[in-house]
Ligand binder design. Structure first.
Ligand code: HEC
Length: 289
């Protein structure tokens, strides 16, 4: 039989009312004991008490490094993707405030079709063809002149290779006049439905990536608790800033700069955690703290 004194002996004691005798909940004791045994809790130490990036086993280092390399490449690809889509929104390479305003608020001086033909779709048609499409948009973009002016053939020859169901690229299908017509309206930027879609994918996906990058990084030995806490929380804060500013920019272009700050903050935190983690695992001498 288990002695009561033995049960009460461990560390967790909860006084219920000040002055009354202390009460210990048996479930708490069992649970806390388990955590002590597993080495998760110990007075004044962290979850990874005896482990840090310099002294973990080689297979674990290889696992962490492989993960970091793949998400690192993913990050570079994501940046390239931003440069090629949003970065080209104003027709010039490189990300600017204009690009962000055009992407989320829209370039309200023109239609989506015109803006794309002057921006990221510029390379897909000759100047003459682009001009013909833009003129057609200006005369009202109706179906009769679509055929009369030969705009249908321009689309067939230059756009359907990517913009059709057969191409399977998930792009708007320009083999239907109605779809083209929708893009010949004033450009109000990203639609609310596309914003909700992209926002939820980013919130789930990016937090997942930063959870693991952060978990690896907190095992670093030569970074202060304050700096560690800042570095692991910064991507989450930046991400919230970034995503909320997409929505705010849709309402008012002045928020475009928050998109840049959010994105930069995330990039800096990622690069810092990545470099420190790799450096400690492979270049620092074994250190048992
Ligand atoms: C090589 C493939 C390719 C060709 C050819 C192409 N596009 Fe695109 N188009 C894309 C991609 C990829 C996107 C999405 C990225 C972006 O917006 O830049 C896109 C986006 C667009 C959009 C914006 C769609 C949206 O939902 O916001 C318009 C409008 C557009 N293209 C028009 C055209 C026109 C007009 C042509 C023909 C002159 C054309 N595209 C030819 C690949 C192509």
């Amino acid at each position: 039989m288990v002695d009561v004194a033995q049960l009460v002996e461990p560390r967790l004691v909860m006084p219920v009312v000040a002055g009354s005798s202390p009460v210990v909940h048996p479930i708490c004791i069992a649970h806390i004991e388990e955590l002590y045994c597993l080495g998760y809790i110990d007075e004044g130490s962290s979850m990874f008490k005896d482990y840090n990036l310099t002294n973990i086993s080689i297979p674990l280092k290889v696992l962490f490094t492989s993960y970091l390399c793949v998400v690192g490449i993913g990050y570079i690809m994501a940046t390239a993707q931003i440069l090629f889509t949003h970065g080209m929104a104003d027709g010039k390479f490189g990300l600017s405030i204009d690009d962000i305003v055009y992407s989320y608020y829209g370039n309200r001086s023109g239609t989506v079709l015109e803006n794309k033909l002057d921006g990221s779709m510029k390379e897909n048609a000759s100047d003459a063809d682009r001009l013909a499409i833009i003129k057609w948009v200006h005369v009202g973009a109706d179906e009769v002149s679509f055929k009369q002016r030969g705009i249908n053939t321009i689309f067939e020859n230059n756009c359907l290779a990517c913009h059709s169901t057969e191409a399977g690229m998930g792009l708007p299908d320009f083999s239907h006049f109605e779809t083209i017509k929708n893009y010949a309206q004033v450009d109000t930027g990203a639609s609310f439905s596309s914003l909700t879609r992209v926002s939820h994918i980013h919130l789930f996906g990016i937090s997942f990536i930063f959870f693991f990058v952060g978990l690896i990084f907190v095992m670093a030995t030569h970074v202060s608790t304050l700096l560690k806490s800042l570095a692991v929380s910064m991507p989450f804060v930046s991400q919230l800033m970034d995503i909320s500013s997409w929505w705010l920019t849709k309402l008012d272009p002045m928020f475009a700069w928050v998109v840049i700050i959010g994105g930069t903050g995330m990039g800096i935190a990622f690069a810092f955690m990545w470099v420190v983690s790799i450096y400690e695992m492979w270049l620092m001498p074994h250190d048992d703290g």
